[in-house]
Every structure is written in structure tokens, then in C-alpha cells.
Write a protein that binds this ligand. Sequence first.
Ligand code: TTP
Ligand code: MG
Length: 343
Amino acid sequence: MRRILHIDMDAFFAAVEEKRRPELAGKPVIIGGSGDPTKRGVVSTASYEARKYGVHSAMPLRTAYRLCPQGVFLPVDYEEYARVSAVIKNILREFSPVMEDVGIDEAFLDISDNEEPSEQIAHRIKTRIREETGLTASVGIAPNKLLAKIASDLQKPDGVTILTERGIQVRIWPLPVRKLWGVGPKTEDRLKALGISTIGELASLPLDHLTELFGKSYGSYLFEASHGVDNRPLVTCREPKSSSRETTFERDTNNYAVIARTLHDLIADVVADIVKQGLKARTVTVKLRYGNFETHTKAKTLPALTDSVDELKAAAFECLSGFYLKRWVRLVGFRLSGFAKAE
Ligand code: TTP
Ligand code: MG
């Protein structure tokens, strides 16, 4: 039987900040944008203390400020979080060579070949992380990735949840369908219309009923997932698929020079990022969000891979010229994709 461990750090960005500024411990800490809650930007994360006030990721900073004016607002310091993330990933590799790096504060580990009891591995990993970084994590161990990820979320923060196949009915079936990977708000609405809100209720639908409703592939996925079945392997070497940056203007603008200068800076950042990783790209995408939040993208694929700022900038500005620029613009974004390793 496979044993997959999923780990997710608790309130990661906020926890890193609290660690290097001990005076923040226990205060409502909110990380996002430039750290100024009177300015535009969104919440990246909030400490558990701040979550008590209803503050959560992706909420506008100004809303967070309204809910929690006494909060400590701090800017995002990706470099520091990436440094701590690397320390954590190295600790995980001590426990198994088979690791899937999912994100800055999250990973899967295949511990099938580790003889130790699950509980003990989970606690040893958490202890090592606490020793090296001072941070807490939540761990889930289950027969597959789907269940391990749900399990790690069940007793956050600082939790350990071990789920066996027999636990599925008791621990998984009462959860809302949204907890299943791949179930978004649209599927949730369609299921709700059918009177289905929990994973258990979903599991009570026959396979042919689900494929009729959702098509063969997604229908069978929902059937298997609701029964706790997931055969996906761990992806141990993941090449980045894209690199991007975006800027929200302090005030909406229709000034071409401002938009062009911003795009110019974003291109420089993203190209520097791929050059550092030894990558070349073929596809350039420019994104504009207008004042009413309507968002449009234009993309161009070059005939050959390149990491030349001039070539990529030419393509990006060609994209930009395709937009209607008389409208008020709220945000500009730039993305490179279609990578290959530079020779
Ligand atoms: P999460 O693991 O989703 O959140 P978290 O670690 O802050 O809190 P917890 O896991 O205890 O619920 O995301 C990890 C980090 O990624 C988070 O600290 C900040 C960043 N992030 C964003 O920048 N924007 C987002 O919308 C989300 C969800 C996370
Ligand atoms: Mg987390």
C-alpha cells in the first residue's frame, strides 16, 4: 500500500515574518502588496490571529484594514520566504528521495519505503522543521495524493492527520465537495442544484449518472475522487511552465507612457528571472485589467526560443499595440512561457 505524506506550512508568509520579528508573535499579522493597507493590493496571507477578524488571502488590503485596523500590515518579501522554503524542502528530502514540490510552502513525499510508523515520521519532520526554522506545519498521511492533501488541511494549524482507507467514509464523506481537488465553484453550483453538497453525497451517485452530467473524463474523475481513489504518481522533477509579474497601479491610468514604462520594467524582471534559471522562452503574453476589472490578454509566439530582452520586448509591445488603450487601466501583467533549457 502506498503511503503519501502531504505537508503545508501554517500561515506561511506571516509565520516567517513573526519568526524574524518576535515582537509580532500573537498579533494579527497581514502580509500583502507593499504593506500599506491604505494603498491598493491584495492580502497574500494572514496569521491565524488576523483570520479571527475575517481577513483571508486574496482579499483587498483595504477591506482587511477595515476588518482589522489594529493589524500589523507588512509587505511581501518573496526572497526571504523562498530561502525558508528551500530549507524546508531539504529537510523533507532527508525522509524520502521521492518528493513532489508543489509550491512555496507545500510538498508531497512518498514514504512507502520508509519503515517507520506514519505518526512518527510526521512528528520527526515537524520537529526538524521547527528546529531549523521555528515554524509549524500541518501534515497529512494517506494512501494517495488526493487524500493526503485533504488530510493535511483537516487539523490546521500544527496538525497531524493520518487517514487510512477505512477513514474515508468517516473523515472525507462529510466534507463539502469543494474540498476535492478539481472541484471549483461552477461544479459546486451544479452539484448543489442536484441537492449534492458533501463528498459522501457525490459518492452516492452512480458512475454512469456522473459521466452523463459531467462528461466521460471529468465524470469518472468525480466518481473515483469521491471514493478516495487517486492513482496519480508524484511528479518529482517539475520544469517551470511560465514566469510572470504584474503591477497594479496606485490609480487607474490611461497614460500610454505610464503603461509602457511599467510593461518595460516587468519584462526586465521576468527575463532576468528566466535567464537566472537558464531558460529560453517562445511565448509572450501581455495582460491588462481595466478599471471595471475586465481582464484581457494578448499573446505572441516567436519563431524560435530566445532570452533576448530586445526580442521579447518587441513581441510584448506588439501585443500591447493590439489593446484599446483609451480605457482606464488598473493592472498590467507580463508572462513568458514555452520554455526550454538554454544551450
Ligand atoms: P497557503 O498554504 O494557501 O496559506 P498559508 O500557508 O498562509 O496558510 P495555511 O496553509 O495555514 O492555511 O499559501 C501559502 C503561501 O502562499 C501564503 O503564506 C501566502 C501565499 N499566497 C498568496 O500569496 N496568495 C494567495 O491567494 C494564497 C492562497 C497564498
Ligand atoms: Mg500553508
